[in-house]
Design a protein around this ligand. Sequence first.
Ligand SMILES: Nc1ncnc2c1ncn2[C@@H]1O[C@H](COP(=O)(O)OP(=O)(O)OP(=O)(O)O)[C@@H](O)[C@H]1O
Length: 344
Amino acid sequence: MKKLVEVVGLKKHFPISGSKKVVQAINNISFHVMPGETVGLVGESGSGKTTVGRCLLGLTDVTDGSILFEDQDLAGPKVRKKHLGDLQIVFQESMEALNPRLPVFRSVEEPLTTLGFDAAARAERVREVIDRVGLSQRLAKLYPAELTGGQLQRIGIARAIVTRPKLLVLDEPTSMLDPTSRADIIELLISLQADLGMASLFISHDLSTLRHVSQRVAVMYLGMIVEQGPAREVFGRPRHPYTVGLLSSVLLPNPDLPRPVPVALKGEIPSPIDLPTGCFLASRCPLAIEQCRAAMPPAHPVGEDHFVHCIRHEALGHSDEMSRVFDAFERETERILSIGARTN
Ligand SMILES: Nc1ncnc2c1ncn2[C@@H]1O[C@H](COP(=O)(O)OP(=O)(O)OP(=O)(O)O)[C@@H](O)[C@H]1O
């Protein structure tokens, strides 16, 4: 099957005013999204997830590399224009994407106006998507300030799907919501995707949500993808010390879960302005050896469609301790996601 989106060697560096240095937000990443699939992009705050989404949408220019959509480079203005309605984004807070002075249906129809739809076609599409996201038509006449967080997020989703996109970028779409609204929105997104056949890039630092929604997942650290592969493999048998550390840290607040964690990352995250040579994780990784500090590790295949940038991935092994941690992670995921089901 043809790839829907292919990102090749993407770099994004932000200049710092009054300095020759730059913020190295994205450092040579490559990944793809197949039609209809959900790819999860996970990483701690500042790892570059939002910047990847913004580059895809053309909201920020890229420093190097290319983004292909159905084999065409989006860098060409004509190609970007041709695919304007094909790529859409849902932000963490839809309030920011909506005009506070307009009833929300006007914000939902805006992307159609840009695409040149006439008033009657716009009205029909808006009615259709308001229904589809589970809101009453009455609510669409209200102003953003009159809606709850969950309703606003549904409006943000309606606005994004109104052009019938092939790729939806979801940038932390549930992180500002209470647990019940969060579970509802996740279920809505899953059902929309099944009905409309859209692909999505689901950006989140919430591993439990990503485990639930993604078919494949890419783990970011300091602007690099350190591990990518099928979600069940990456979450069930992670092969990069950073992924193991990230999963272990989710479980730490719960005293009933196993410890000590299999990989405890030490120290501070290096600054994206002064990145170290070699592996960016070396200063924090308990498995690091001299060679890790000498050169950036290339991608090692560790399974079908599963890669890690780590020369020590074999040393990670797969202990009983680690299995218990990941079983506990699965149970924690089920528990969190069942909250919405129970309260509905
Ligand atoms: N406009 C900008 N100018 C300068 N630096 C920026 C800009 N936007 C992002 N950055 C920097 O780029 C890096 C990546 O930021 P980004 O927001 O993409 O990370 P993130 O993983 O999405 O984090 P979060 O989960 O907190 O949103 C950070 O160091 C951030 O400070």
